[in-house]
Design a protein. Structure first.
Length: 554
């Protein structure tokens, strides 16, 4: 799956109880049912009813995935209202990820592997009672590819030539050729309701974003009861969800709490039940409260400084290498995280995943070498003010970070002090997260501290491809050699066969330093102990929201 700009990708992975895996290359698997709930707590079996309040640092940007800004909270809300065909498992540490049934009960490949047939659940209906059919699957693909809709992930559908309606409950994806991520591409995106949303032509979707909330028809365990932008979204049980035993909860309130200190206060007071991400500095305070449980797990997110290569100041790879050498990333990690909870990042493929190139290591902290490289490129302090300059222009830039993320904000200040020693002036600037995402997509920045998640298909083209400036390559890095390597890797019928190419891709990025990798870390979620069976993982914080239940005895 593709991981959206984080707040979420993508380190030992949290192992969960998972569905039986569908068969691979030449066959599918039949539906085996829902995941078995975690063993019941001492207070009894899972109980139906209750409300859970979730505190998030940003609010969802919309309910229609193909026209909404791709933020983590948006993805999590949509995932629980518009499920995908298949469920990707968090098992890609040792091998490529596997998939289990979700909206589709099974699938199989054609002998030539150029057609994928999916069989929908017979009992799957929309929240208004209309059956979910293959027409919805085809309609979704049409929306995802339509130029007027302009979905940011549409590149994932470019090799799907048609989605055929074989029968009301059977759809067939046709591919132009065999390649490594066919299943991920077919599965990307939740299925949309044709009968409800075809009332507006695709050309009008982007100018009518609120209409989709007002005309909501869902297929997941939850539907939306109310939506107050940048305040809260209230989810309630969808009574027509295919699994009549789920969800246990009556209501889930997703509340926008951008201030991290306020979030902790509300967690400790019981006003908030779950926080998908808390800061390491708050661990001791949270663990001291016997009503709160802290859940640590390695995440697939990597945090980095993105240099805008459109700016001549950052266009030279050697200059970017000098910038990386001038940033003491190990000290940043050691300062911001308790021991063992983070490490210096190296690659867009995180270090515990099977495809990580273990020959790579972080560039060392070497301010002397950084200064030498910069001077060799013509950057010298000609006026004695302590700041390098070239052609009358000082080496000075604004470094953005997002409000509500104290670690990144602290990192910006540390980078400011470290690069000052090299002769570079950095001006920290904190902006609201959604504004940062918009500026990133529009290329309106000099440098920024940002987080992205590893795409579990290992296709890094969205973040480093020459034609992906709005998808994740915000700094506009262009390297024809890398484009070729990525295309060749993804053309393999199985991604395992691309391991040598994936190594070369990582080595090329390491050489060119289009971004300065800062850290990979464990994510810390926190939950009130009255809420049971909460299992955030490397893929989603609300991974098994339909299984959460409230222990009335606590």
């Amino acid at each position: 799956m593709r991981f959206r700009p984080a707040r979420p990708f993508h380190a030992a992975l949290l192992v969960l109880a998972i569905l039986s895996v569908l068969a691979g290359c030449n066959g599918g698997g039949e539906e085996k049912g829902n995941p078995t709930p975690a063993p019941a707590a001492a207070t009894g079996e899972p109980q139906r009813g209750g409300t859970v309040v979730i505190g998030w640092s940003a609010g969802p940007t919309g309910i229609n995935e193909v026209i909404s800004h791709s933020t983590l909270v948006t993805t999590e809300v949509i995932r629980n209202t518009f499920p995908q065909l298949l469920e990707e498992m968090p098992d890609f540490e040792e091998h490529p990820p596997t998939f289990g049934p979700l909206l589709a009960r099974s699938y199989e490949w054609s002998p030539d592997r150029k057609a994928l047939t999916v069989h929908l659940r017979e009992n799957a209906v929309w929240s208004d009672g209309v059956p979910i059919t293959a027409d919805d699957v085809r309609f979704t693909w049409q929306a995802q590819k339509h130029p007027d809709v302009a979905w940011t992930e549409s590149y994932m559908k470019e090799h799907i030539t048609d989605v055929e309606v074989v029968s009301p409950k059977t759809a067939r994806f046709h591919f132009s050729h065999i390649y490594a991520k066919q299943l991920q591409d077919a599965n990307e995106g939740g299925i949309l309701p044709k009968h409800a949303w075809e009332k507006i032509p695709f050309s009008k979707w982007r100018e009518n974003a609120d209409w989709f909330v007002e005309n909501l028809v869902v297929s997941g365990p939850f539907t939306v009861a109310s939506w107050e932008p940048q305040q809260e979204v209230v989810l309630v049980r969808n009574p027509r969800f295919w699994d009549k035993s789920r969800p246990y909860l009556d209501k889930v309130v997703v509340r926008n709490i951008p201030d991290a200190a306020s979030l902790i206060t509300q967690l400790l007071s019981g006003a908030v039940d779950f926080a998908p991400q808390v800061q390491p500095a708050d661990i001791e305070r949270l663990q001291a409260d016997d009503q709160v449980r802290v859940i640590p797990f390695w995440h697939r997110l990597y945090v980095f400084v993105c240099w805008n290569l459109r700016d001549p100041m950052f266009a030279d790879a050697e200059v970017r290498r000098a910038l990386t050498l001038g940033i003491d990333r190990q000290t940043i990690v050691d300062t911001l995280f308790p021991q063992g909870m983070a490490r210096v990042a190296v690659s867009p493929i995180v270090q515990s995943v099977w495809a990580f190139d273990r020959s790579l290591g972080p560039l060392p902290y070497n301010p002397q070498e950084s200064r030498r490289i910069l001077e060799s490129k013509g950057w010298r302090d000609t006026d004695g003010d302590g700041v390098l300059d070239k052609g009358g222009k000082p080496f000075s830039f604004v470094l953005l970070s997002n409000a509500g993320n104290q670690q990144r904000n602290d990192a910006v200040v540390m980078i400011q002090q470290q690069l000052k020693q090299v002769g570079i002036r950095v001006e920290p600037r904190i902006v609201e997260f959604n504004s940062l995402v918009t500026d990133a997509q529009d290329g309106r920045f000099e440098a920024m501290v940002f987080g992205l998640g590893m795409d579990t298909s290992l296709d890094v083209s969205a973040n480093f491809g020459s034609n992906s400036e709005r998808e994740g390559n915000f700094g506009a890095y262009k390297n024809p050699e890398l484009d070729r390597l990525m295309a060749e890797a993804m053309a393999k019928p199985e991604i395992r066969q691309a391991k040598p190419l994936l190594d070369r891709i990582q080595q090329t990025i390491h050489r060119d330093q289009p971004i300065t990798f800062l850290w990979e870390s464990q994510r810390l979620s926190a939950v009130n102990r009255r809420v049971r069976d909460v299992r955030p993982n490397v893929l989603f914080s609300l991974y098994n929201l339909e299984d959460w239940w409230v222990d009335a005895a606590r």
